[in-house]
Design a protein around this ligand. Structure first.
Ligand code: ZN
Length: 333
C-alpha cells in the first residue's frame, strides 16, 4: 500500500516498473518542496526491500527499519550541518563516500537505495564525481535524486535518470488527507490546507510545530506594519532579509510567499471574495486592512512582488531586489 498522497502518476509509473522487475538505476524526482518527493523515495526503498506480500507493506522489518531511518542499505545524502551552521553544499567527499558504499553488496537487504536530497546542492566537483558513478551503475543500487531546481543540475546527470514531475496538491484533496489520515480537526485542516499552498509535508509538520506558526505570525506582523514605516526602516528590513537570504534561501522565499498570500487575501477581502482567502483565522483583520488600501495599489504591489521573486531566483543582488519591493509597498489611506 503506497502512502504517498496525490502524485498518482509517479506512483503508478513506479509500481508498473517494479511489477515488471525493471526499475531504473536512477530516478530524478522534480517538484516544489514538501509535496511528497522524499516520502515517495523512502517508499520506493521499502518496495525494493520489503518482505511482505504486497510491497511496500509498511509492516515488515525492512519496511519499518527504512521508515525509522536505520536500515543499513538506505542512505539519505544531504547538506551536512557542521560546527559553523549548515554547509552550503553537498561535497565531493560525501559523493566519494557514496561511491565506496555502493561498490559493496547490500548489507541487510536486496537493494541499496541512495537518496540525494537536494541533488542540486551537489557542488561542481561533487556532480562530476557523481556522474562517474552514474556512468557505471553498480548492480543492486538505485539512486533517487530529489530537487526543486533541476536546472541547477548538469544536463548530463539529468539525462541519465528517469524523471518524475511532482506537483502541489489541490487544497481540497490535502484538507481531506489531513482530516482522514492525520486526524486533524476540520477547522484546522481547512486552515493548514490553505496555508500550505498544496504542500502536504508542510501541513503535516505545521500541525505539531509551533515554530512554523510563529514564523508565520512574525512575518505577518512585518507585512502589516511595513507600509507605515519610514523608508529607512524599510531598507533596514530589506537589508536584514537579504542577509538571511544568503544563508537560508528557502525560508526567505517562503516568507515572500506569505507576503503574496496576505496581499492576495487583502484584495479578496475588498472584493467580497472571503471564501477564497488563505489566512482564514485572520478574516476580521483582513477586512479592516482591505478598507485601508486602494485595490489598484495592492495589485501593483503583487506584480512587483512576483518580479522580485524572479530576480531572487535568478540570483540578482538580493538587497537590491528587496529594496525595490520596499519602495512599491501600497500606501495606507
Ligand atoms: Zn514491507
Amino acid at each position: 500500500m503506497w502512502q504517498t498522497v496525490g502524485q498518482d502518476r509517479a506512483v503508478a509509473a513506479l509500481q508498473r516498473g517494479l511489477a515488471q522487475g525493471r526499475q531504473a538505476h536512477a530516478y530524478l524526482f522534480v517538484g516544489p518542496p514538501q509535496v511528497g518527493k522524499g516520502t515517495l523515495a523512502l517508499e520506493l526503498a521499502q518496495a525494493l526491500n520489503c518482505d511482505g506480500p504486497e510491497p511496500p507493506c509498511g509492516e515488515c522489518t525492512p519496511c519499518r527499519r527504512i521508515a525509522g531511518g536505520i536500515h543499513a542499505d538506505v542512505q539519505v545524502v544531504t547538506v551536512e550541518t557542521g560546527d559553523g551552521g549548515p554547509h552550503k553544499d553537498i561535497s565531493i567527499d560525501q559523493i566519494r563516500e557514496v561511491g565506496r558504499t555502493v561498490s559493496l553488496r547490500p548489507f541487510e537487504g536486496r537493494c541499496r537505495v541512495i537518496i540525494i536530497d537536494p541533488a542540486d546542492a551537489m557542488n561542481e566537483a561533487a556532480q562530476n564525481a557523481f556522474l562517474k558513478t552514474l556512468e557505471e551503475p553498480p548492480p543492486d543500487v538505485v539512486f533517487v535524486l530529489i530537487t526543486s531546481r533541476p536546472r541547477a543540475m548538469r544536463a548530463t546527470i539529468r539525462s541519465r535518470c528517469q524523471q518524475f514531475e511532482f506537483s502541489s496538491l489541490p487544497v481540497a484533496k490535502l484538507e481531506e488527507a489531513l482530516r482522514e489520515r492525520w486526524s486533524v480537526a476540520p477547522r484546522q485542516a481547512q486552515l493548514l490546507a490553505r496555508l500550505s499552498r498544496g504542500r502536504l509535508g508542510w501541513a503535516i509538520a505545521a500541525r505539531r510545530d509551533e515554530e512554523m506558526m510563529r514564523v508565520r505570525h512574525e512575518a505577518l506582523v512585518d507585512i502589516r506594519s511595513l507600509p507605515e514605516r519610514t523608508i529607512q526602516d524599510r531598507f533596514a528590513y530589506a537589508s536584514e532579509v537579504a542577509g538571511r537570504f544568503s544563508r537560508d534561501r528557502v525560508t526567505v522565499m517562503a516568507v515572500l510567499d506569505l507576503w503574496r498570500e496576505w496581499w492576495r487575501d487583502v484584495l479578496l477581502a475588498s472584493s467580497g471574495g472571503q471564501d477564497a482567502i488563505t489566512n482564514l483565522d485572520l478574516g476580521d483583520i483582513l477586512k479592516a486592512e482591505a478598507d485601508r488600501y486602494e485595490p489598484g495599489q495592492v495589485i501593483a504591489f503583487l506584480r512587483s512582488l512576483a518580479a522580485s521573486k524572479r530576480r531572487l531566483e535568478e540570483n540578482v543582488n538580493p538587497r537590491l531586489a528587496l529594496e525595490v519591493l520596499m519602495l512599491d509597498l501600497p500606501t495606507p489611506r
